[in-house]
Design a protein around this ligand. Structure first.
Ligand code: HEM
Length: 179
């Protein structure tokens, strides 16, 4: 996990995710708080429309909607340091544990990008402010997705270690050999 949190910091630097992005996202908090419940409803309707996803959320959609709303409020809380990373990592592992296949997380992130941009278009009149807000929104959604993907990848190596009894270093070396 230490390595992955360093990767997170490096990615933030690389994509130029900075204090201005954090401030812009904080500014968007009231908009997304107002529209969050409707967005969350559409998110779970989307999952429920696919048989594989529907089976995973069956019987607990209302509870999941609450956790999704919390996730959404943290997305606009303006604090994206180590604690944010650790919490998003934990959420990633929750999906690994219940067997959500990783490409579905990619797919619903695409859905969230579209929904988020549509909200900005409908509610921010100033084109410059809207464009800057859109860039910050896309960055944080991509960062969240990257953290979840890192957690999935890390879990795969862990499983291989447990299954084979090999050390993590050896497994990493085997993977590197294939290049
Ligand atoms: C970017 C996409 C997603 C976000 C932001 C998201 C958000 C969350 C959050 C915040 C939690 C609560 C985790 C916790 O606090 O322990 C959660 C749990 C869960 N999510 Fe997602 N989710 C996403 C994609 C998906 C997809 C594609 C599925 C497919 C069905 C799914 C199904 C679930 C399930 C079943 C749980 C409960 C996990 C458990 O029992 O521990 N999620 N999700």
């Amino acid at each position: 996990m230490t390595d992955s949190s360093e990767v997170y910091a490096a990615i933030c630097r690389f994509i130029g995710f900075d204090a201005d992005d954090a401030a812009r996202l904080r500014d968007l908090a009231p908009l997304f708080a107002a529209h969050g419940p409707a967005l969350t409803d559409r998110f779970y309707a989307k999952l429920a429309a696919d048989p594989e996803q529907a089976a995973l959320i069956a019987g607990r959609v209302d509870a999941l909607k609450q956790t999704h709303l919390r996730w959404l409020s943290e997305l606009f809380a303006g604090d994206y340091g180590e604690r944010y990373f650790a919490e998003r990592w934990r959420i990633g592992l929750a999906h690994v544990r219940v067997g959500v296949r990783p490409w579905w997380v990619e797919a619903v992130t695409s859905f969230l990008r579209g929904e988020g941009l549509a909200l900005l278009e409908a509610n921010l009149d100033d084109p410059e402010r809207r464009a800057a807000a859109a860039r910050s929104l896309l960055k944080i959604l991509d960062l969240d997705l990257m953290i979840i993907n890192l957690a999935y990848a890390d879990d795969r190596v862990d499983r291989l270690c447990r299954f084979t009894g090999m050390s993590r270093k050896l497994i990493e070396r085997c993977i590197a050999q294939g290049r």
